[in-house]
Write a protein that binds this ligand. Structure first.
Ligand SMILES: CC(C)(COP(=O)(O)OP(=O)(O)OC[C@H]1O[C@@H](n2cnc3c(N)ncnc32)[C@H](O)[C@@H]1OP(=O)(O)O)[C@@H](O)C(=O)NCCC(=O)NCCS
Length: 165
């Protein structure tokens, strides 16, 4: 229903991005929960991750409120980074915010010396896969049974890589 959301919000305020601090931990935990992942992140866990010097957390703001409506978090090691999670609030999806957020995040990682970015995406998560492929992430492997599902089954992970340098 992306068209309906666009109709109801015809003059989308420009999106802003910024690096998040541990004051955003509660909102990050809420957003992560909205991502529908099998294991949720508690606010304290989010605060610890955000405060970790090796972790880069960016948020996207819709321009209306003071709370981020999406976040992305990566852990750096040498010249590599792994995207740990990216979520946009359900009411703001398919509106380009994920792309704005990921573009800002990749630019920040590059500024910080990251040359290679890795991630895993669940097979069948078409929106996320399209977003990553749009940014030239390439599939580098598949891990069967990687993701535990709520119904007890396990889903395949697609491993992807992007070279920034
Ligand atoms: C994945 C997720 C973060 C994407 O956020 P989003 O704000 O909806 O992303 P965008 O609107 O920027 O991009 C999504 C769509 O636009 C497309 N798109 C984005 N920028 C584009 C561009 N410049 N040109 C063409 N297509 C583009 C994407 O391919 C995608 O297609 P869709 O509308 O069919 O979904 C969001 O769906 C989400 O939070 N999902 C739940 C959590 C999740 O699965 N996270 C990923 C775990 S690996």
């Amino acid at each position: 229903m992306a068209w309906l959301r666009k109709l109801l919000r015809p003059a989308s305020a420009p999106a802003r991005t910024m690096r998040l601090d541990s004051g955003h931990a509660r909102q990050v935990a809420i957003l992560h929960h909205q991502g529908g992942f099998a294991r949720g992140w508690e606010p304290a866990e989010c605060a610890a991750l955000i405060a970790d010097a090796a972790v880069v957390t960016d948020g996207v703001f819709s321009g209306r409120g003071g709370e981020p409506v999406g976040f992305v978090m990566s852990r750096k090691a040498a010249d590599e980074a792994e995207i740990l999670s990216i979520v946009v609030a359900p009411s703001h999806r398919s509106d380009g915010l994920g792309a704005v957020l990921l573009a800002a995040h990749l630019a920040r990682l590059a500024e910080e010396g990251v040359a290679h970015v890795f991630l895993e995406v669940e097979e069948g998560n078409e929106s996320a896969e399209r977003l990553y492929r749009h940014f030239d992430f390439r599939e580098v492997g598949r891990r069967k049974g990687y993701y535990p599902k709520a119904d007890g089954s396990r889903a395949t992970a697609i491993a992807m890589r992007l070279d920034l340098a």
